[in-house]
Design a protein around this ligand. Structure first.
Ligand code: IMP
Ligand code: MG
Length: 171
């Protein structure tokens, strides 16, 4: 396993992203973060602790078939949100945008719930893998087409607890 992004670099970038996000909303605005389970949980935890604004949060869980042989971009909802989004400033918090199919699905279903604003924050992006043009306002790091684990991201449910992001050797 080869380290790609060290823990201190992640920490610094997440702090920057928190400031960038807060600066983009009017002072005093409430921001409602929607974390995508499971991969986004550590990013969410660090992001909210770096924010000073009034934030609330919720979680949604989806399973994506994007990496299997099914290339239809089918996404299945495993756990829906606990509360509604109407009139709220919503930010989707996701670990990585790869093909973009998962986020496109999420943005579509959340937009249908009439939030006041809807934006997306991803710690990582692999632009070379994109199959749909999805808008992500906040991106932590842009990476090459390598399979990465750590800091919430898994391979077969393992490695989520690493403090850094690493490239998994697949040979
Ligand atoms: P997309 O729908 O192809 O954009 O896939 C997004 C989802 O695939 C992410 O939420 C991750 O769960 C997973 N994923 C994509 N690339 C990686 C990776 O390199 N490591 C771990 N999970 C990944
Ligand atoms: Mg995910």
């Amino acid at each position: 396993m080869q380290r790609l992004i060290e823990a201190d670099a992640i920490e610094a970038r997440v702090r920057e992203m928190a400031s960038e996000i807060e600066a983009a909303y009017p002072k005093g605005a409430e921001i409602h973060l929607v974390g995508v389970l499971k991969g986004g949980f550590l990013f969410m935890a660090d992001l909210i602790r770096a924010m000073s604004a009034r934030v609330t949060l919720d979680f949604i869980a989806v399973s994506s078939y994007a990496q299997s042989k099914k290339s239809s971009g089918e996404v299945r909802m495993l756990k829906d949100l606990d509360s509604g989004l109407e009139g709220r400033n919503v930010i989707i918090v996701e670990d990585i945008v790869d093909t973009g199919l998962t986020l496109t699905y999420l943005q579509d279903i959340l937009r249908a719930r009439a939030p006041k604003t809807l934006r997306t924050a991803c710690l990582l992006s692999k632009p070379s893998r994109r199959v749909v043009d999805v808008t992500v306002e906040y991106i932590g790091f842009t990476i090459e087409d390598r399979f990465v684990v750590g800091y919430g991201l898994d391979y077969a449910e393992k490695y989520r607890n690493l403090k850094y992001i690493a490239v998994l050797d697949q040979e």
